[in-house]
Design a protein around this ligand. Structure first.
Ligand code: ADP
Length: 377
């Protein structure tokens, strides 16, 4: 069982036992302070208090399947619907536990059309002849995160193996060709390329993991400066491919965020725009305020190879590449757009792509606008 759930249950059962001891302790006193008729009422109140203190979905079910006590999470998780148990399989389990008195742990997979699938971990416990306790946790978000981590690790390992394998083969080739100086130089050069690839890949994996869950400092950032840094970082690549870099739109805009991260995001988009354009293409970075004036849009356009609609939906996935060979040839890692996506969502912004195969692509990042400086507006 999940250790957290175990701890919760431990605390819950402890509290219930304490509540029972208190109730029965009071009963044994010679002159009860509470009239006998009020005892069931008091017990229900105790149960309500205990159930309320639990962060998992929790409910106490009475003898005729009625809900005696429940917390708000029991409603959101659908454990309680109205005054009944909302999940038929859970109700079956409640009845079985009431009959046998044996506590049960179970996992329920709920996959209803049009709803997010749910994977519930439920514990059902008989408290006494009148009360059965259910504690339920939705494990689906945790399982999905675990699956995403597993996929990422598998992909990252696979991607790392390629250059490592190449380096080891090239090292062998150098050993075998030790008398041939020209071959040795050629193999050494290729080792250098593979090491560069490895360095880029490791650097991007580290960057991606640093960005996850990191909330950027909310500083006002000059958009023109972000664009200038991004273009500078890519100028020599553009020159090598005879690609023109230009800017346009409205200058002097400011957004809220982290200037370094934003420069990384725009720079990745410019790098892709160059990499996926044919020689002598044009890459334009345009800035403009959004029509509702709450945001600023930074658009990176190229007249390159474009992206088919089916691929446009997947290019933000980690390691996804439309053309693996072209990406590799450009020194791509398949992580550039995932990094952009992570940075933009960390800034409460959004990213959209327009593209047409053979015509080009425009990636537009929209970010929250910084408040006007005093004396402006
Ligand atoms: P990569 O390192 O392969 O460039 P990215 O995550 O940056 O990885 O991009 C994922 C894929 O999206 C690329 O491999 C490429 O197929 C496609 N892509 C990204 N930007 C563009 C663009 N401007 N034009 C055409 N295809 C692009």
């Amino acid at each position: 069982m999940d250790p957290l759930l175990a701890a919760f249950l431990g605390a819950l059962v402890g509290a219930l036992v304490a509540s029972l001891v208190l109730t029965y302790g009071r009963r044994r006193r010679p002159a009860p302070a509470v009239p006998a008729a009020a005892l069931p009422e008091r017990r229900t109140d105790d149960l309500r208090q205990v159930v309320k203190a639990v962060s998992s979905a929790a409910a106490v079910i009475g003898r005729s399947d009625d809900i005696v006590a429940h917390n708000p999470a029991a409603l959101t998780e659908g454990v309680v619907r109205g005054d009944r148990v909302g999940i038929p399989a859970l109700l079956d389990l409640v009845r079985e536990v009431r009959r046998t008195g044996v506590a049960a742990d179970t996992e329920l997979h709920l996959n209803r059309a049009g709803r997010t699938p749910r994977h519930l971990a439920a514990r059902v416990l008989k408290l006494d002849d009148d009360h059965v306790l259910c504690v339920v946790d939705d494990r689906f978000p945790t399982l999905r995160a675990e699956e995403a981590t597993r996929d990422f690790l598998a992909n990252a390992t696979h991607e790392l193996k390629t250059p490592i394998g190449a380096v080891s083969l090239l090292a062998e080739a150098i050993e075998q060709a030790s008398d041939d100086q020209i071959a040795v130089r050629r193999f050494a050069g290729r080792i250098g390329t593979e090491i560069d690839r490895l360095t880029a890949l490791v650097g991007q994996i580290i960057l991606l993991s640093r960005l996850q869950g990191h909330v950027p400092a909310p500083e006002p950032v000059d958009v023109d400066a972000v664009v200038a840094v991004s273009l500078d970082r890519n100028r020599s690549l553009a020159e090598r491919r005879a690609i023109t870099l230009t800017t346009g739109g409205v200058p002097g805009l400011r957004v809220i965020g982290d200037a370094d991260q934003l420069a990384t995001a725009v720079s990745n988009l410019v790098q892709n725009a160059i990499a996926y354009s044919d020689a002598r293409g044009r890459v334009v970075v345009t800035t403009r305020p959004e029509p509702d004036a709450a945001g600023v849009a930074i658009a990176v356009s190229d007249n390159g190879i474009g992206i088919a609609p089916a691929d446009s939906e997947r290019i933000f996935e980690r390691f996804y590449r439309v053309d693996y060979a072209r990406s590799r040839e450009n020194g791509g890692t398949g992580l550039g757009l995932s990094i952009v996506n992570e940075i933009v969502s960390g800034h409460s912004g959004s990213i959209t792509v327009w593209s047409k195969p053979g015509s080009g692509s425009t990636f537009t990042v929209t970010l929250p606008k910084a408040p006007e400086r005093e004396g402006e507006g």
